[in-house]
Design a protein around this ligand. Structure first.
Ligand code: SF4
Ligand code: SF4
Length: 339
């Protein structure tokens, strides 16, 4: 496979110009009259190290119909349903484009995409993705507690999966209930479309009936459901993310930008303030999701005196790059072009 081109913009004092250059490069390849979707993470409540929307204000000048897209998250919080999710995005400054939460108001809308890969036969992809043809992943490159690091592959895989898809990637099994927290209110059972929950003294999930939609996790007012994080072994978790990324890219025209700024050890899903542990580096652009993550990781490692700072999160993290290459998502071989 040929080397992928990865473009590197390093002037961290003027990132607006960098985004502007990259958006124009994308526009040159497209009919800019068509709708273009920007897949982004708006940052969890209290997180202030997410990507800065002010750097992307040229979007409506370059494209005729740009729109931000995102999906709801797996666990309870302000990002678990569309209305509150959009309010939070606006509070974080993502208020200059329309926002489309692609797994629906309640995070339940998905289509099954048959990919027949090692861990995923049919991926549960947010159905609203089908509304778009041309898309840009704008991902924050930083650490991730389970995956090691997060960039384009994570933005695609975890970010395009529906709530059930996210559960699938994390665990592959149904949620369970913490009996001590459950008040037996019955809300989860009323909302379970698979009729998989019975409530007596506390709620019990029938593991055979459960379809893994994860809706119960978000409706429970007591946060009594335990998403079974960590059940998947390290490599299976990484492989599942790559498999979902594959499912979310087949048939679409994707471009990728990673912001290597505000580099924190854990991700923007955490509802806490974080402090970046190294200086901002710049932004990169590529048409290859594997090459852009490999290049981003190499750049961070080089700037950190040759040591990958995210190894403490997951020592096997680079497996996602090799596996993504193996299943045909892209290449780990790249040419870095300084702008
Ligand atoms: S919604 Fe939560 S508290 Fe209510 S029955 Fe279900 S698990 Fe228990
Ligand atoms: S994950 Fe979905 S199907 Fe399974 S128990 Fe919860 S609501 Fe029901």
């Amino acid at each position: 496979m040929e080397k992928a081109k990865v473009y590197f913009y390093e002037n961290v004092k003027d990132l607006e110009t960098g985004y502007d250059k990259f958006f124009k490069m994308i526009a040159d390849e497209l009919n800019t009259q068509e709708k273009i979707a920007i897949k982004i993470h708006f940052g969890a409540d209290k997180n202030d190290t997410h990507l800065n929307p002010n750097h992307m204000k040229s979007l409506p000048k370059i494209f005729k119909k740009p729109i931000f897209i995102e999906s709801n998250c797996l666990y309870p919080g302000r990002r678990h349903r569309s209305d509150e999710h959009i309010k939070l995005a606006h509070e974080h400054g993502f208020d200059f484009l329309e926002i489309d939460i692609i797994d629906g108001d309640l995070g339940r809308d998905y289509i099954e995409v048959e990919i027949n890969t090692k861990n995923t036969k049919k991926a549960k992809i947010s159905s609203g993705l089908q509304r778009y043809k041309n898309l840009v992943s704008v991902a924050h490159f930083k650490g991730h507690v389970a995956a090691g690091f997060g960039g384009a592959l994570k933005n695609l895989g975890m970010g395009l999966g529906s709530r059930g898809g996210k559960l699938d990637m994390h665990s592959g099994i149904a949620p369970t209930v913490n009996e001590e927290k459950c008040t037996a209110c019955g809300i989860c059972a009323e909302n379970c479309i698979a009729d998989a929950i019975t409530v007596e003294d506390y709620a019990i999930v029938d593991q055979d009936k459960c379809i893994g939609c994860a809706y119960c996790i978000s409706v429970c007012p007591e946060t009594a459901f335990r998403p079974p994080f960590g059940i998947r072994k390290g490599n299976e978790f990484l492989e599942s993310i790559a498999e979902y990324a594959l499912a979310g890219t087949i048939g679409y025209n994707w471009f990728y930008i990673n912001g290597i700024v505000n580099i924190t050890m854990i991700c923007d899903c955490m509802r806490i303030k974080q402090t970046p542990f190294m200086d901002d580096i710049g932004i990169v652009y590529s048409k290859d999701p594997v090459a852009i993550d490999k290049a981003s990781l190499d750049i961070v490692t080089e700037q950190n005196n040759g040591v990958n700072p995210f190894l403490k999160n997951n020592a096997m993290q680079e497996h996602i790059l090799d596996y993504a290459e193996k299943i045909g998502l892209g290449t780990t071989k790249y040419e870095l072009i300084h702008l």
